[in-house]
Design a protein around this ligand. Sequence first.
Ligand SMILES: N[C@@H](CCC(=O)N[C@@H](CS)C(=O)NCC(=O)O)C(=O)O
Ligand SMILES: [Fe+2]
Length: 357
Amino acid sequence: MLIFRQLFDPQSSTYTYLLADGRAQEAVLIDPVFELVRRDAALVSELGLRLAWTLETHVHADHVTGAWLLKQRLGSRIALGAASGADGADRYFVHGDRIEFGHRHLEVRETPGHTHGCVTYVLDDQSMAFTGDCLLIRGSGRTDFQQGDAHAMYRSVHSQILTLPQACLLYPAHDYRGLTVTSVAEERRFNPRLGGEIGERDFVGYMQNLGLPHPKKLDVAVPANLFCGRPAVDRDSLAEPTWAPLTYTFAGVWEIQAAALEEVAGSVQLVDVREPDEFNGPLGRIHGAKLIPLGALAQRVGELDRDRPVVTVCRSGGRSAQGAVILERAGFTNVANLAGGMLRWRAEGNPVEGAGD
Ligand SMILES: N[C@@H](CCC(=O)N[C@@H](CS)C(=O)NCC(=O)O)C(=O)O
Ligand SMILES: [Fe+2]
């Protein structure tokens, strides 16, 4: 069973792709983004997968790759094209290499043009290909920096991508209009730069006149990506919280387990976001919890100490997850949701107050 997820970074309009063999539970991530490593790691973990490899389609100019950070956190290995010129990878691909994950594999095709080291990853059954910034949906990557070469791109697209089966789905590294996927047949017919009878000279003329501004992050992204995303100085922007053992969920919320809350209960503020009748009802409440119903939380954040961590709680962990989001939006930095709420707290035999009063 193939697991496939298309993930999006709204900052740089980058697509990250998760592919996994569901039976072997082994995954690869294509083009992860540094700032979204937590999200990607959460998805890998929630799907019960082991991340074997992060694969770059090229040295990106517009965002820093998450490859290095994922290697630190999950032990994944880093791979990209040998012609990329990047240091710090565990494997450098040449044309025809295979990257295995479980019983599936991707084939590496060199598709230079946007950069020297661009590669396209083709799934074993040729049902999908990941074209990086070579072929974009109804477009192509730019060729005006980083060894860009419109002649090379034309040949890459025509010899390596549009020769795949007509039904092969093509997934690019970016789309700036919200389009998500295309196919070989569609691009052969409708790509305005590369489709139909358009020849190499037509394409080169088109590419010389794109007139795009340089990516905003170019000066930061390229040097960092030449080291596979290892920061030059330690960045603490993605530092993990240390006040309690927490889990980051793909839903975007930090969670604390009941057992961990017991350990830190004395030092955190516990906010119960249920309604008063529930707070005083048969499920009881946790010792020291302060009642602020979810609907009133945004207005009453002033009642909480911003310098101490906050744990939100409700009946089952659903409303309190929203409570955690509200507090983060209000500028609280150390916030976690009690996983499973009062139901799990009680099921695990933890003490409650007020039950049955
Ligand atoms: N405005 C974007 C520009 C991004 C950009 O130039 N993207 C490259 C890929 S790294 C590209 O080929 N873009 C093609 C296009 O914009 O049509 C930014 O600042 O990041
Ligand atoms: Fe790019």
